[in-house]
Design a protein around this ligand. Structure first.
Ligand code: HSE
Length: 423
């Protein structure tokens, strides 16, 4: 009889349950131990063998029978130590832990390589979308120099609802929390941390140079106003939280997460609600967009199980498993600071309806070498002339200086928003 491959699961929440259920379809795989946080919790999993459940995750990573550990708890600790212990004990790792990889990927991948073990992580970035394996294998002949992506379903859901309903951020957030689409503490999603973790690892493998999470610029969606949504729509854009990574001609990396006005002719403008999507530009392939569910029990399980099967198919065949899947990039990417980047901007200004105000805006921009693509004053409401500016491409540092100048002008009551525009 064929010997079964023995799996240990750490975590039996949404993703862990999905992985457990999907693995029941494979006769050559047996789950021999599962670690949970609370053993007493009732779980809706048919045929679950309670005797293999423990509330001590070290029983999984120290179990001599276990060959592959799937870490599905998230967070940096105890996941970091559990994975290192499992590798030390000779196990391969599958993880969905984007935060851990973004913060400690370098150490973990090097440790795995030194111990001739692999860490696979398809589920950590864009949940169910096959992304890591394609980038590492079939796209390996490409020089990828640009990624634009929607990597967070919660924020994409909120922005889509704001767009469709004309509602405020706070209204939609409360509704999303009621429906369980947003967490009670939504910071990780709405402030862009989740997307920043994901783009850190994705850019590292796509560019073949290590990106440090602390060098990734990040801004969330909490300041986006319904008025910005409306103005963007009228000018032919949608507002999305974009995770972006670009490599310039000198090999310097610009990696960031922030809201953007995305032109409606781009695919990402039409990725709505919780769907994720990634547009990659590479040579020779050109531009490709992969889209699909970025989270959820079964989409995420699809990626975790795919990684487990990839390891299973290689086990015992070679001492050097899945070399293409390694992520041992030791060259740190030189990064471009956000202040030095070149962008196009949308600015929303509230001003007194006085002679010369638009002239002053034009002059401030001109003095900083910023050319205007458009400037529109649509209405005067509550003593506020609502002026919308779109610039041509210019340096971030210059744009920020202009905004400071405008804020100090007695006739400019407020600069409501500054949002970068995708070109
Ligand atoms: N919190 C993430 C999201 C899902 O909202 O997309 C898991 O990565």
């Amino acid at each position: 009889m064929e010997k079964k491959i023995k799996i240990g699961l750490i975590g039996l929440g949404t993703v862990g349950s999905g992985v457990y259920k999907v693995l029941q379809n494979f006769d050559n795989i047996e789950i021999v131990k599962i670690a949970v946080h609370n053993k007493k919790k009732k779980r809706n999993i048919e045929g679950l063998d309670e005797s293999i459940i423990t509330d001590n995750a070290y029983e999984v990573v120290n179990d001599p029978e276990v060959q592959i550990v799937a870490e599905l708890i998230g967070g940096t600790e105890p996941a970091f130590d559990l994975i290192k212990t499992a590798i030390k004990n000779g196990k391969h790792i599958v993880t969905a832990n984007k935060e851990l990889l973004a913060k400690h990927g370098e150490e973990l991948f090097n440790y795995a390589q030194d111990n001739n073990k692999v860490i696979l992580y398809e589920a950590a970035i864009a949940g169910g979308i096959p992304l890591i394996m394609p980038v590492k294998t079939i796209l390996a002949g490409n020089k990828i120099n640009k990624i634009k992506a929607i990597l967070n379903g919660t924020t994409n859901y909120i922005l889509t609802k704001m767009d469709v309903q004309g509602a405020s951020y706070n209204e939609v957030l409360a509704e999303a929390q009621d429906l369980g689409y947003a967490e009670t503490n939504p910071t990780g999603d709405v402030e862009g941390f989740d997307a920043a973790y994901k783009i850190t690892t994705l850019a590292t493998i796509a560019f073949g140079k290590r990106i440090k999470f602390e060098n990734v610029y990040r801004e969330g969606i909490t300041k986006i106003r319904p008025e910005d949504m409306k103005a963007a729509n009228e000018m032919g854009y949608k507002i999305k939280l974009i995770a972006s990574a670009e490599l310039d001609n000198e090999g310097k990396a610009d990696v960031r997460v922030h809201p953007m006005l995305v032109p409606k002719y781009k695919t990402l403008a039409h990725i709505d609600y919780v769907t994720n999507a990634v547009t990659l530009s590479g040579n020779p392939v050109g531009e490709i967009t992969l889209s699909g569910p970025g989270a959820g029990e079964f989409p995420t399980a699809s990626s975790v199980v795919g990684d487990i099967l990839a390891i299973v198919s290689e086990l015992g065949k070679t001492d050097y498993i899945l070399p293409m899947m390694r992520c041992n990039h030791n060259e740190n990417a030189q990064m471009i600071d956000i202040s030095q980047t070149q962008n196009k901007y949308y600015i929303s200004i509230c001003a007194n309806n006085k002679t010369g105000v638009i002239g002053k805006i034009g002059t401030a921009c001109g003095e900083h070498n910023i050319s205007l693509a458009s400037i529109v004053q649509k209405e005067v409401k509550d003593n506020c002339a609502d002026i919308t500016v779109i610039t041509e491409i210019c340096k971030e540092k210059d744009m920020l200086e202009v905004i400071e100048t405008l804020k100090n002008d007695e006739n400019i009551l407020n600069v409501n928003s500054m949002i970068r525009v995708q070109v």
